[in-house]
Write a protein that binds this ligand. Structure first.
Ligand code: SF4
Length: 89
């Protein structure tokens, strides 16, 4: 994946962390992933990627699958995607 759109994936603080951390059984178990995402420089592109691709599972950009569903329900996901598009120019 040399494509610029995916460059952020090599810069996440989750590199080398066990994948299970980002696929918790419940939102209550997502605290460790969220802690890592909170200090990740590529949190925003990560979240945008998950929204664009309707990722069904896992924590992306500090947001769990249930929280992404809620973002779509409340129109927050569409707004985040529009803002990302504007930033990309
Ligand atoms: S925001 Fe979280 S899941 Fe996304 S790259 Fe960073 S640490 Fe990994």
């Amino acid at each position: 994946m040399d494509d610029d759109r995916f460059r952020w994936q090599g810069e996440g603080v989750c590199r080398g962390v066990e994948p299970e951390v980002f696929f918790p059984v419940s939102d209550d178990d997502a605290w460790r992933a969220k802690e890592l995402c909170n200090r990740c420089a590529v949190r925003n592109p990560c979240l945008v990627f998950s929204l664009q691709n309707r990722e069904r599972y896992g924590v992306w950009g500090g947001v769990t699958e249930k929280e992404r569903v809620e973002m779509f329900r409340r129109g927050l996901a569409q707004r985040a995607l529009e803002e990302a598009l504007q930033r990309a120019g």
